[in-house]
Design a protein around this ligand. Structure first.
Ligand SMILES: [Zn+2]
Length: 215
């Protein structure tokens, strides 16, 4: 079956970021998720895959997830999908920017990308759900989750966003924004058993744990 999505994962940069190329095997379209740190790698991988870059997807607007965006846009005339909650004017004002929100979809090759709005780590956090793949950015890590003590964070919102992720099918494969664990992906079903942040019994417990308070 060629009508499938391939997710190519690359660890890059000094902050252990993951960036992704999402490939529609049928049409050879490629989406780059969170272009950062290594534009030559992005370019050489697109060439190796013999694909056509058709869009940028941003999980949120922190610098370590988009510091190669300018290079990408200097080489490719493609849209950049950003959360409509973004307060980053530099990104919002780009002519290529397309603001998207909850329940929006993006058609990608023979597939549909579903937007999950997931504020908490950042106000403009969003996840991309396509087939049985979920790209989570810094909302959720393998056995972890993003910080909630930054300028545009909310630990309460992060709890609600993780609850939203938990409602997806257990066989969903999680692709996160940083390489912090001893495995690079996992299923949501496994994470529901091992991720301490998904195991918190309620919002108050989660907020205490995430913010480092002793309970
Ligand atoms: Zn971040």
């Amino acid at each position: 079956m060629t009508n499938q999505i391939n997710i190519h994962q690359y660890p890059v940069g000094p902050m252990d970021n993951f960036i992704y190329l999402m490939e529609c095997a049928h049409t050879k379209q490629i989406a780059v998720v969170d272009p950062a740190w290594d534009f030559p790698l992005i370019q050489s991988e697109i060439n190796r895959l013999n694909g056509q870059l058709s869009m940028v997807l941003l999980t949120h607007c922190h610098f370590d997830h988009l510091n190669a965006l300018e290079d990408v846009l200097n080489h490719y005339d493609i849209p950049v999908y950003v959360s409509n909650q973004s307060q980053t004017e530099l990104i919002n004002d780009l002519p290529q920017t397309q603001l998207v929100g909850e329940f929006d979809t993006i058609s990608f090759g023979a597939h549909t990308i579903n937007i999950l709005t997931t504020p908490g780590h950042s106000i403009c956090g969003q996840c991309f759900f396509v087939d049985d793949h979920l790209i989570t950015g810094d909302t959720m890590f393998i056995n972890g989750c993003g910080r909630a003590d930054l300028g545009d964070s909310s630990p309460q919102a992060l709890y609600q966003s993780l609850e939203k992720i938990k409602a997806l099918p257990d066989d969903t494969v999680i692709y996160c924004g940083h390489n912090y664990a001893d495995q690079s992906t996992d299923t949501l079903g496994n994470q529901k058993k091992t991720n301490p942040y998904l195991l918190c019994k309620d919002e108050a417990t989660f907020v205490r744990k995430r913010m480092g308070f002793k309970s």
